[in-house]
Design a protein around this ligand. Structure first.
Ligand code: GLN
Length: 346
């Protein structure tokens, strides 16, 4: 079962807007203080450089659609974005190529299997199923319209930088480390090619994908990137339109069903927000129309999702009213209506 201990936090409904800024500051600080001592989970080591992370790092940021940031802890520590890049590359591809094409070429259903599964491809006749698992993300990167691999990389870096509102840099050390060890992703790309699902060079595409995963971000960057998805595609800090509102809608729908891999159902059941995690310890969770949470803590659960990040999001989803599925009745019962027992109230 998905671990959360936020049941003692009162659940606010998702109707309306965020509470006033000082209250948001207070709740972000409370969530950080509550989970900073938690030391469950392990730092990823299958990419050797990621094992160098300090397990104590814990940053929390919330950016509203008003562009205001609320932060606690290591919100400015840089780390590699990893799989969270998949969400934003997907948004760029949706924006350029549209709803139908991504649906048809990649898919939008959960595999129910780990993010780097080879079996998932075989079980589904070579369909990568969705853009949030590695095979689907590699296929999606290949769809970014570009003249060649260098041009594709430049477009992805520029696009993700516009989401963040600042130029994002490549972490060369992480890129080199993953490039020396990403045999499984290369195998996935070859397998996609064998099923006729990759129109460009598999090794070049995996390299572009590995570079997009090695972009360096902070929890604040993630919150701004998520807040852009929450704000109909306009970055609430820079005011720049990054993608269309339709691309945001499609991306958030996919994050809701596939953002936390095979644990996406439990995540939605407990937290009720579209979200995406990455193996360096980042997590972004989006409240459409309100803003987004960005977290960073490198200790991961067995599915590769940040433990402290998930707990902090569970806490904030309840205390700030970010769960999409939590509503209150729209208004008082009409005068004279029967009470809840023995009759209809509205
Ligand atoms: N670059 C990583 C990989 O391809 C991303 C995985 C992740 O963050 N879950 O394995």
């Amino acid at each position: 079962m998905f671990e959360t201990d936020a049941a003692d936090v009162a659940q606010r409904s998702s109707t309306g807007s965020l509470p006033p800024a000082p209250r948001v500051d207070e709740l972000v600080a409370a969530a950080h203080a509550r989970y900073a001592p938690l030391d469950e989970g392990d730092v990823a080591d299958y990419i050797p450089e990621l094992a160098e992370a300090d397990p104590a790092w814990f940053g929390l940021a919330l950016v509203g659609v008003d562009g205001r940031a609320h932060t606690a802890g290591d919100a400015d520590v840089a780390f590699s974005i990893q799989s969270i890049s998949k969400a934003f590359v997907f948004a760029l591809v949706c924006d350029e190529l549209g709803h139908e094409l991504v649906h048809e070429r990649v898919g939008v259903n959960n595999t129910g299997l780990p993010f780097n599964s080879v079996i998932a491809l075989e079980l589904n006749d070579g369909s990568p199923m969705n853009s949030m698992v590695n095979a689907g993300a590699i296929a999606t990167t290949a769809l970014v319209p570009a003249a060649d691999a260098e041009d594709r990389w430049r477009r992805i870096r520029d696009g993700l930088s516009r989401f963040a509102g600042r130029p994002l840099d490549l972490d060369d050390v992480v890129h080199r480390s993953e490039s020396l060890t990403n045999h499984r992703n290369r195998a996935l790309a070859r397998l996609l090619q064998s099923y006729g699902r990759l129109d460009v060079d598999p090794d070049e595409t995996v390299d572009v994908y590995t570079r997009q995963c090695s972009l360096s971000v902070t929890a604040v960057d993630l919150a701004i990137m998520g807040a852009t998805l929450a704000d109909g595609g306009v970055n609430p800090v820079t005011g720049e339109r990054v993608v269309s509102a339709e691309a945001c809608r499609d991306t958030l729908a996919l994050l809701a069903s596939c953002g936390l891999y095979e644990r996406s159902g439990e995540w939605l059941f407990e937290i009720g927000m579209p979200a995406k995690s990455g193996v360096a310890g980042g997590l972004v969770a989006v409240a459409p129309g309100k803003g987004a949470i960005g977290t960073f803590s490198p200790r991961l659960d067995p599915a590769g999702n940040s433990v402290r990040g998930q707990r902090a999001c569970a806490h904030l989803s309840r205390s700030l009213g970010l769960n999409l599925f939590a509503s209150d009745p729209a208004g008082p019962a009409p005068a004279g209506a029967a009470g809840p027992i023995g009759g209809t109230t509205r």
